[in-house]
Ligand binder design. Structure first.
Ligand code: ZN
Length: 297
């Protein structure tokens, strides 16, 4: 099971979030059949959503979204309060040649665009105020830097973010995934800010360490060195979608009587694919007749 920890760095200088997301990213990659570079991009976004979700308190759904000019077209990742994440890309087949250093050219499939963070609340009381939407232009296209830039620019939180996905050529394709996010608190010791930014920017290949069994606390240690760290919480992280056979049925019913009638007459059934998780829901003729007789009667 993937885990995320959070805690306090130094003397109340910063909040730290660290997560191992190998299983979560594996499930997303297998569900969407993404190309290697797209897998790396989606994995970083899902990990970023999990870390950011843990850092915000008051929301029911947090979405991290990139809309871009590059061949991937766009990436969306969502997190809820319980560590469930889900996500998808517009074009799962987008690919770019590896960089000179052998790393995936994530920027190559993203290029220029906009980075969005959307927070929605009020689900439990059935009241939906306008979502809070923040956005910044993409500054790097490698995702971790874009998330850090978003936090600094849009939330006024100087931050350092590290996101990594290590792939392998055969199933289950994802060898390791994880990340660290450090958010400076007001009045943070300048020395600590510089030190953390420096350490994170030169961080060794964390994914190699995750592959060898590193835990979230080990990632935290890599990022903050010997600085004091107080562990404040731990939670599970997993890929989980909100779709279900009942929801698929509701969505078919929402198409209206004429549409459902013609699905019944022409195909004797209907097929729905969830965009977030690629789950396929099949309704047969009897299901459609039931919808016509109950929901659309
Ligand atoms: Zn789904």
């Amino acid at each position: 099971m993937d885990k995320l920890i959070q805690g306090m760095v130094g003397n109340g200088d910063a909040r730290l979030f660290a997560a191992i997301t190998t299983a979560t990213v594996t499930e997303a990659v297998l569900r969407h059949g993404t190309s290697p570079t797209t897998s790396a991009a989606l994995g970083r976004m899902l990990t970023g959503a999990a870390l950011l979700g843990a850092s915000f308190k008051d929301f029911d759904r947090l979405s991290v979204k990139i809309e871009c000019e590059g061949p991937v077209g766009g990436i969306t990742a969502e997190a809820d309060n319980d560590g469930h994440v889900r996500g998808y890309v517009k074009n799962p087949n987008a690919e770019a040649p590896a960089k000179a250093n052998g790393k995936f050219d994530v920027r190559g499939i993203i290029r220029d665009g906009t980075f969005y963070v959307i927070r929605e609340a009020g689900f439990d009381i059935g009241f939906r105020p306008d979502p809070y939407i923040g956005s910044v232009p993409l500054v790097s296209g490698e995702i971790a830097e874009d998330l850090a830039y978003y936090l600094a620019k849009s939330e006024q939180i100087p931050s350092a973010v590290l996101l990594g996905v290590l792939l392998r050529s055969s199933e289950p394709y994802v060898a390791a995934a994880g990340g660290v996010m450090i958010q400076m608190l007001p009045g943070a010791n300048e020395h600590i800010v510089t030190m953390v930014e420096d350490t994170v920017s030169r961080a060794p290949h964390v994914t190699e360490l995750i592959k060898e069994g590193a835990r979230p606390i080990d990632l935290a240690r890599i990022a903050i060195g010997e600085l004091p760290f107080e562990l404040l919480g731990e939670q599970d992280i997993s890929f989980k979608c909100t779709c279900s056979p009942e929801r698929a049925r509701t969505m078919i019913a929402a198409l209206g009587r004429d549409e459902v009638r013609s699905m019944l007459d022409e195909d004797n059934g209907a097929v729905m694919t969830c965009g977030f998780c690629n789950e396929i829901y099949q309704l047969d003729g009897t299901d459609l007749e039931e919808i016509l007789a109950s929901e659309l009667a």
